[in-house]
Design a protein around this ligand. Structure first.
Ligand SMILES: Cc1cc2nc3c(=O)[nH]c(=O)nc-3n(C[C@H](O)[C@H](O)[C@H](O)COP(=O)(O)OP(=O)(O)OC[C@H]3O[C@@H](n4cnc5c(N)ncnc54)[C@H](O)[C@@H]3O)c2cc1C
Length: 287
């Protein structure tokens, strides 16, 4: 069966991704919205939100209001964690493991995650450093892996890695991990760097180096250039113009991923602009 090609795919279901999905819905676009339910940790965990117009309350209350609006508008979310976005003739393919989605235009609204970031991270990407257990786990059959987890929700992925590796050392950046056992050990010191020559050879913490064959960083958002090859990045953020266009035709970005200030109102505004720009792009390019 032929794969459906959507007009627009939105990657990320925080405030930026939701605002883009809402705008695309209002623009009557055939849109695929990809991400996790609940609007993300950065909404759910906010203690008190005081800088969003006409709203004052906890992040959990904000998430509940967003969810009520999403349901009322009938905007569907497809639960997926995208591990690659590839430019092809006529648009983009987005992958999640073996699953592939297709769209003529894409909005990246994947946020930023500094927790669990290591010195040398970008340098060793694809040379022993990965953000995706499902994509790269099988490459480490019988080898030693270090895994840095920013949240307990990634424990299942660490166990998956342990089904291939001989030894998995987990650095859990949250309290009370439940992972230890079998070939998995848990450490409480925090990794600060990844080092090696051609490939990753060790992870460094304040306690000293740990020799390893590979490192997996399991966190909410990977650097955007790890997701999309050839994407222009400045100071760690996706470079965009005022229409939220990136250097890649038909690919837009919105929210924290494009830079500071990291605030909901900026994320929402950029999500809206990106959706309008995607619509304009499709019309102008006759897609
Ligand atoms: C504790 C805390 C409190 C805060 N309080 C405030 C406040 O009071 N006011 C304010 O204005 N701002 C606040 N912020 C900042 C605000 O949360 C961010 O600016 C805002 O959430 C950015 O929205 P975003 O959609 O760009 O990114 P995010 O909220 O980070 O959402 C990105 C989403 O994309 C998902 N994602 C990432 N990669 C992929 C992928 N490959 N495939 C699918 N999904 C993916 C992530 O899991 C996440 O759900 C707070 C942040 C924190 C951490």
């Amino acid at each position: 069966m032929d794969m459906k090609t959507y007009e627009l795919a939105i990657v990320g279901a925080g405030v930026a991704g939701y605002a883009a999905a809402l705008a695309a819905h209002n623009l009557n676009m055939d849109c695929l919205w990809l991400g996790e339910r609940g609007f993300g940790d950065k909404v759910r965990l906010a203690e008190r939100v005081r800088n969003f117009p006409a709203f004052s309350g906890s992040g959990a209350e904000l998430a509940a209001r967003l969810e009520a609006q999403r349901a009322e508008e009938g905007i569907d979310l497809t639960e997926a964690r995208i591990d690659g976005v590839y430019g092809v003739k006529g648009g983009y393919l987005l992958t999640q493991g073996e699953t592939t989605f297709s769209a003529k235009a894409v909005i990246l609204a994947v946020g930023v995650e500094t927790k669990g970031s290591l010195r040398g991270e970008r340098e060793f990407l694809g040379r022993g450093l990965s953000y995706c257990a499902v994509c790269d786990g099988a490459l480490y059959k019988g080898k030693r892996i270090a895994v840095v987890l920013s949240s307990p929700k990634y424990e299942e992925e660490a166990r998956y890695l342990a089904s291939f590796a001989s030894k998995v050392v987990c650095f859990c950046l949250y309290p009370a991990p439940t992972l230890a056992g079998g070939n998995i050990s848990v450490r409480t010191d925090v990794p600060v760097a990844v080092e090696g020559r051609e490939r990753v050879e060790r992870v460094v913490t304040k306690a000293g180096p740990l020799e390893t064959d590979g490192v997996f960083l399991l966190k909410n958002s990977a650097p955007p250039e790890a997701l999309v090859g050839g994407l222009a990045v400045e100071d760690g953020h996706v470079a965009v113009d005022r229409a939220m266009r990136t250097n890649l035709k038909g690919l837009f970005a919105a929210g924290d991923v494009t830079g500071r200030p990291y605030q909901y109102i900026k994320a929402a505004g950029e999500g809206l602009v990106a959706a309008y720009s995607a619509k304009e792009y499709l019309q102008e390019s006759g897609k």
